[in-house]
Design a binder for this molecule. Structure first.
Ligand code: ADP
Ligand code: ZN
Length: 611
């Protein structure tokens, strides 16, 4: 019988296991339950797919999302593994056909929606079939602590118990908190499982935080500089999704959108457009993504700051799943923190909870928000910040994040800070109740707005005292001074700006106020591989697109970007050479080797002629 290493190469085209994979596979082959916690993109699927190929009978994979199943099954069939799925997208006749074939032993792997497990027809099938392994994907869905709780996951344990022989159960998730882990073990009734949590680092992701004057202008340039790549732009609200998507479309970008306010049919169509690379950019709320298996997402931009690091890392982690380099950029504006805070404080969710419990949740959410905002403001290594948040050790500098690579500038703004503080003090004297930030910015800048004149702000000696700066900069300085406790923004419906005790140090003792800003750079154009390798990568991509279209599968199901990049680097001209490309297994080599080798040869010939 083939070893697990052979199967890894033969079916999946990889030459070595990644950390953790082997341990989990061995345990499952031994008949021991497992709980595998690995970040998105680490390679959880292989941990149950390889045992599925080695164990007798069938492996059931419980998975929450229909789109994911279809893709996974398409990918498996491409690699030569007999697989099928059962969910509500099948007609009754199709469903019966799958069961009939399964009964004859046609499939090694069957993906199934959790709701199915409790239906009589399926249970009858399961009782008569030989089930060796039950893999639970996105296992955190069983936990009420998680964000994606699915009641149907609670039925999984019952299902297993009802079978004549309980299969080995493997649970897999990317969510690592102890609460969730304990919940998974208990609610799936795992039997002394081997628990394995791999490192959370994703070395191929480049993290950065940008504070552009205009997010739209920044995003337009960023997307334009990545013409061949596909990416996701996450926004906090549906309104922003509409706005950003429209703005990209106006610039001629093939962008599409996804949020809970759209009709089912449109959501599905847009998602497909993105998966099949007809739309290059997906603009979406966080409703988009769980179970999105598109492996060739080259960047994830957050147009707004998410509510916590867990969400951020999960969403950003959808970039670069095939292991090739990818970018995760968060566009930060201090306003995002205030918006998120407002949303948490006014959240009407969790109706089932008591007032006390709700207060506890709110408290926890606010604490998480503070950490998220900290990420946006830190000038230390961003990767380290994230890994430490998840309780992992990390070196001081990763050398591949915006803060490790970017240049920081120290700007001494003591004089400006003094002017701002005296302006606020004047306002405090003239208006006991104080005034909001916007009006104070206008007063300092010397605006002739109607409100400013009505209130007589132009009569203050500090009127126009900072006219040499633009309003955005004044606003940024004020935000910085709020963060540094020199100023305070009151709570309530109409927040007003106040000076604090600490302000005196600046006003009367010349305390220095320094702001660290990243040198504002235009989004860097990524070097297109096409240029570096004389166009071979582009040709391989074109060939892949052709094949994908012919076979009606998404391009990344044929070969991932990482595989094409390796191919462009190795430029194999023989079958053996082709097999040595990472991500090329026997089946795919047989199927596609000839056409890709032809393509490479033709390209090489043209180069020789040209030189
Ligand atoms: P997860 O489910 O953990 O998010 P996947 O199982 O979808 O991740 O795997 C992510 C990517 O990593 C896939 O493109 C897969 O082919 C690749 N991969 C998995 N295991 C290996 C390995 N041992 N070597 C190289 N690539 C791998
Ligand atoms: Zn770093």
């Amino acid at each position: 019988m083939a070893s697990k290493e052979d199967l890894l190469k033969q079916y999946f085209g990889h030459s070595a296991f990644r950390p953790g994979q082997e341990t989990l596979i061995d345990a499952l082959l031994d008949g021991r339950d497992v709980l595998g916690v690995m970040p998105t993109g680490a390679g959880k699927s292989i941990c149950y797919q390889i045992p599925a190929l080695m164990l007798p009978g069938i492996t059931l994979v419980v998975s929450p999302l229909i789109s994911l199943m279809k893709d996974q099954v398409a990918s498996l069939c491409q690699t030569g593994v007999a697989a099928a799925y059962i969910n509500s997208s099948l007609s009754y006749a199709q469903y019966l056909e799958v069961l009939r074939r399964a009964g004859r032993g046609t499939y090694k792997i069957i993906y199934v929606a959790p709701e199915r497990l409790s239906t009589e027809g399926f249970l009858a099938f399961a009782e008569s079939a030989e089930l060796s392994l039950l893999a639970v994907d996105e296992a955190h869905c069983v936990s009420q602590w998680g964000q994606d709780f699915r009641p149907s996951y609670l039925k999984i344990a019952e299902f297993c118990a009802a079978l004549p022989k309980r299969p080995t159960v493997g649970a897999f998730t990317a969510t690592a908190t102890d609460e969730v882990k304990r919940d998974i073990v208990r609610r799936l009734a795992l039997d002394e499982p081997l628990e394995l949590t791999t490192g959370f680092d994703r070395p191929n992701l480049f993290f950065s935080v940008e504070t552009p004057a205009s997010k739209d202008v920044w995003l337009g340039a960023f997307v334009a500089g990545r013409a061949e790549q596909s990416g996701i732009v996450y926004c906090a609200t549906r309104k922003n999704v509409e706005k950003v998507c429209e703005s990209l479309q106006r610039q001629g970008v093939a962008a599409t959108r996804y949020h809970a306010g759209l009709e089912d049919a449109e959501r599905r169509a847009n998602q497909e457009d993105f998966l099949y690379d007809r739309a290059r950019v997906m603009v979406a709320t966080n409703a988009f993504g769980m179970g999105i298996d598109k492996s060739n997402v080259s960047y994830v931009v957050h147009y707004n700051m998410p509510k916590n690091i867990e969400s951020y890392y999960q969403e950003a982690g959808r970039a670069g799943r095939d292991g090739s380099k990818a970018e995760c950029v968060l566009l930060y504006a201090p306003k995002d923190v205030r918006t998120a805070k407002f949303l948490i404080e006014n959240s009407e969710e969790n109706e089932a909870l008591t007032e006390e419990e709700r207060a506890a949740v709110r408290e926890r959410d606010l604490a998480r928000l503070v950490k998220m905002a900290g990420y946006c403001k830190t000038t230390d290594c961003l990767r380290r910040y994230i890994l430490q948040y998840f309780g992992e050790k990390a070196p001081l500098h990763c050398g591949s994040c915006g803060n490790c690579c970017g240049k920081l500038e120290r700007i001494d703004i003591t004089t400006e800070a003094q002017k701002i503080l005296s302006g606020v003090t004047r306002v405090e004297r003239k208006y006991r109740k104080g005034l909001g930030v916007t009006l104070i910015v206008r007063m300092l800048h010397g605006g002739k707005d109607q409100r400013v004149l009505e209130l007589g702000l132009d009569e203050l000696p500090t009127y126009g005292i900072l006219s040499e700066l633009d309003r955005t900069t004044i606003r940024r300085y004020i935000d910085h001074m709020i963060e540094q406790d020199y100023l305070l923004l009151t709570e309530g419906e109409y927040p007003v700006l106040r000076t604090t005790e600490k302000a005196k140090d600046v006003l009367f003792h010349s305390e220095q106020v320094v702001i660290l800003v990243k040198k504002r750079e235009e989004p860097v154009k990524t070097k297109q591989l096409a240029e570096a390798d004389g166009g071979l990568y582009a040709e391989l991509r074109a060939l892949r697109a052709e094949i994908a279209q012919r076979e009606s599968v998404p391009a990344y199901v044929v070969f991932s970007n990482a595989t094409l990049q390796d191919m462009a680097a190795k430029q194999p001209l023989t079958y053996a050479g082709f097999l040595s490309v990472n991500g090329v297994g026997t089946r795919k080599a047989e199927r596609y080797g000839a056409v890709f080798i032809d393509c490479i040869r033709a390209w090489k010939d043209r180069r020789i002629e040209g030189s």
